[in-house]
Design a protein around this ligand. Structure first.
Ligand code: CA
Length: 223
């Protein structure tokens, strides 16, 4: 699970980063609101942990802009202030949960687990469905009313990203970052090969949807 932590107090950010990494999360840090927003808008994160008091752009403004842009990534807001009005403002702006600083790491971890679960609850049994096709990421089976076929792990991951992005275009860079991570020599051509094979398999099961290429932008799965 990939987490974006937006926190300007570096010693807190780095301490939390250590704890999260120890608990098998992958973590990227942003130290101000503007950069945090840029990162969050990439849509590659599973959860955003967002401080409220931030330089350049405060956390609530970041959150509002994320939601306005259609980014539905769960957000856990952090604040030094435990004032009730901050909590209300944050939740109204689209936060999924709220944690007052200083917090205990165990509580942070518990809340992240809860947010991770909430995302998975959208898809019972881990099966993802879109316009008559179903993907089981555990068995790699792609199923439609007209047939089924087995995907490779990479094809399954790409299809999962496309389904989860809910008819929003997803860029090649995002796919590379999600599938291979930042430190990678994977190239655009790797994505193109997997995408081409995925398209063939969607045709093979007579899917009512297909992957469209949006020139210079990325890919979108549509009916
Ligand atoms: Ca702060």
């Amino acid at each position: 699970m990939k987490i974006l932590l937006v926190e300007d107090e570096r010693y807190i950010a780095e301490a939390v980063e250590q704890v999260l990494k120890k608990n098998n999360y992958s973590v990227d840090l942003a130290f101000d609101g503007e950069y945090g927003l840029d990162c969050a808008l990439s849509g590659i994160y599973d959860i955003v942990v967002l401080d409220i008091m931030l330089p350049k752009k405060d956390g609530v403004a970041v959150l509002r802009e994320m939601r306005k842009s259609g980014v539905k990534t769960p957000v856990l807001l952090l604040t030094a202030k435990s004032r009730i009005e901050d909590k209300v403002t944050g939740l109204d702006a689209g936060a999924d949960d709220y944690l007052a600083k200083p917090f205990h790491y165990d509580e942070l971890l518990a809340r992240l687990r809860a947010l991770g679960r909430r995302q998975e609850e959208l898809f019972p049994d881990g099966i993802l469905a879109f316009k008559g096709i179903e993907l089981n990421p555990n068995t790699l089976m792609l199923t439609s009313a007209k047939g089924d076929t087995k995907l490779t792990p990479k094809e399954s991951q790409i299809l999962e990203l496309l389904i989860r992005s809910k008819e929003m275009t997803i860029s090649k860079e995002t796919i590379i970052e999600k599938l291979w991570g930042y430190e990678t020599d994977a190239e655009d051509s790797h994505v193109e090969i997997h995408m081409s094979n995925l398209r063939k398999k969607l045709k093979q099961v007579n899917a009512d949807c297909s992957v469209y290429t949006i020139r210079n932008v990325g890919y979108v799965l549509k009916g």
